[in-house]
Design a protein around this ligand. Structure first.
Ligand SMILES: [Zn+2]
Length: 418
């Protein structure tokens, strides 16, 4: 009797265990199948990063991705959460391709709240990619590879001639040292390699203004030799990293182009010869603009270079140099305005030129970064980095500096439509 009772107890215990296990499994299965949060955004017009803004469209976001873009009628009712923004424009989050957020301790939340959802830091402490899910997505090149005694360490931290992975610059003296530096930066998470080819001396350039309590060192500043630059480019390309060069005048420009760099970090400050500009265009080099912060380089230099390159059909990417004190911490409407007026080419400004500016700060910039092929677009599968502004920013860039909605990786950061 006793044994029988014990058997029953054991059987009961086993049954309960089995039930719990089954329930546990069921809970797990349910958790896996639970639908990710779904949200529908509708507005008077939508720009998807690639095509002309369209009216009567909606964007369906699921989890941290854009799932679908289509007519309001076709998507309405698919999500429990719907946000109709009314007379507003939905766009991809903007991409800043030239910044020094970490080096200058700029607040990342302030940049994100002002419409920039992804930043490429181009000089400063090395760190792996971070953010993108409700916080600023930040890519880093780490320190700028430079010549000993040269720029940028000589201007920013003249007491430090060697630099290092946690500094603004890293000095190298030979092709071997340079290749080791590239490997070290790539291993530490650098998304691109930045070099400085800057002898100094350009009137109006920010690097010719005193920094802190030390005077500008006498020019010309030492520059990397061509064999060192070529070694850097070769090594970086082997590792799948593009090379960005800081140049401001003719000798640095020619060295960059002849060594096969991929991208120039600025519109050069001083006048570059037309033949050299043509060579750069023929080589397919991308120009990050930073026109606003370099405005004091003046019409003879920087403006003229931008205008000639525009006529030659050069490839431009928006960059505002976030961290400089003369530009906003976020989208810079004046940078877009200057791009439009200086780089539109031979014809009078038309809507294609306006679109090129918008693409250069969204889809074109995103593709260049190599993080995700759809970054900077609202295409299905793209990271759900989205902004919206009341009104029409294609008529008035300034509106973009104060977005009414900012979403990062599907998470709402700012919503002034409530
Ligand atoms: Zn810079």
């Amino acid at each position: 009797m006793y044994l029988f009772h014990k058997d029953i107890k054991q059987t009961k215990t086993k049954a309960v265990c089995l039930l719990v296990t089954l329930l546990g499994l069921n809970f797990q299965a349910l958790a896996l199948e639970a639908p990710q949060p779904c949200r529908l955004l509708t507005a008077k017009q939508v720009f998807d990063g690639l095509n002309y803004p369209q009216t009567g469209m909606a964007v369906l976001i699921q989890g941290n991705k854009t799932k679908q873009i289509g007519t309001v009628e076709s998507l309405r009712g698919l999500c429990r959460k719907e946000l109709d923004l009314g007379d507003a424009t939905i766009l991809p989050g903007f991409i800043e391709s030239h910044a020094h957020v970490t080096f200058q301790n700029v607040r990342k939340d302030a940049i994100l709240e002002h419409g920039v959802t992804t930043v490429q830091d181009t000089g400063g402490p090395l760190q792996p990619v971070e953010g993108g899910q409700g916080s600023l997505r930040l890519l880093s090149t780490g320190p700028i590879i430079q010549a000993a005694g040269g720029y940028p360490l000589n201007v920013f931290t003249p007491h430090d001639t060697a630099g290092g992975p946690d500094k603004i610059g890293l000095a190298v003296a030979s092709p071997e040292e340079a290749q080791n530096a590239v490997q070290q930066l790539a291993d530490g998470g650098a998304t691109a390699i930045k070099i400085a080819l800057e002898p100094g001396g350009e009137p109006g350039a920010p690097w010719m203004q005193p920094h802190g309590d030390h005077a500008i060192p006498p020019t010309p500043w030492p520059m990397l030799s061509s064999d060192v630059v070529e070694a850097i480019v070769t090594k970086a390309h082997t590792l799948g990293k593009r090379v960005i060069a800081h140049v401001g005048e003719q000798t640095g420009f020619d060295l960059a182009v002849e060594s096969g760099v991929d991208e120039l970090a600025h519109m050069p400050c001083s006048t570059i010869s037309e033949a050299s500009l043509q060579k750069a265009v023929d080589a397919g080099i991308t120009f990050v603009t930073t026109l606003d912060t370099l405005a004091s380089c003046g019409p003879a230099g920087m403006h003229g270079n931008a205008f000639v390159l525009g006529m030659k059909g050069a490839n431009f990417i928006y960059g505002s140099e976030v961290a400089h004190d003369n530009v906003p911490w976020g989208i810079n409407g004046e940078e877009m305005h200057m791009m439009l007026h200086l780089t539109h080419g031979a014809d009078a400004i038309n809507f294609d030129d306006v679109m090129n500016v918008f693409k250069s700060v969204t889809s074109k910039a995103g593709q260049r970064l190599g993080m995700h092929p759809l970054l900077g677009t609202l295409a299905p599968g793209a990271p759900a980095d989205i902004i919206a502004v009341r009104g029409n920013p294609f008529q008035r860039f300034k509106l973009l500096e104060y977005p009414d909605l900012v979403m990062s990786g599907g998470k709402i950061v700012i919503n002034k439509f409530k």
